[in-house]
Design a protein around this ligand. Structure first.
Ligand code: 5GP
Ligand code: ZN
Length: 111
């Protein structure tokens, strides 16, 4: 997808160190961390919203959720963390390429 910052990161056009990578996803640090530790799990294929789900995309999202728990120790999230997927305008989504926020490294405020 042209002009998608996360597609450019996935393609390596914008450098961003990968803490994890496989054929379906990458994990990077968020550039503006909202917690002591703040990671983004980004599927390699572009789609913006959960409402655009199909079987192929569901497999990718499932894969992300299977991998994330295996990375907890490596990412310093073993004490717990918060998983967020912002959706659309009201959800505060600013990058329209579906991604999973992982926030932790400290006790997070209730919300
Ligand atoms: P959203 O608001 O769409 O759920 O989250 C987008 C996130 O991407 C934000 O937390 C923002 O800080 C992060 N972000 C935006 N541009 C970049 C970038 O170029 N590199 C990295 N690592 N994170 C980015
Ligand atoms: Zn994209």
């Amino acid at each position: 997808m042209e002009n998608c910052i996360f597609c450019k990161i996935v393609a390596g056009e914008i450098p961003s160190p990968r803490l994890y990578e496989d054929d379906k996803m990458i994990v990077i640090r968020d550039i503006e961390p909202k917690a002591k530790l703040h990671y983004l799990c980004i599927p390699k294929t572009h789609f913006a919203l959960l409402s655009e789900m199909n079987d192929v995309r569901a497999e990718i999202v499932k894969h992300c959720f299977q991998v994330i728990p295996t990375l907890e120790k490596q990412l310093g999230l073993e004490e717990g963390y918060r998983v967020i997927i912002n959706q659309g305008e009201n959800g505060g989504q600013t990058v329209h390429h579906l991604h999973i926020h992982l926030l932790g490294g400290e006790k997070l405020a209730d919300f």
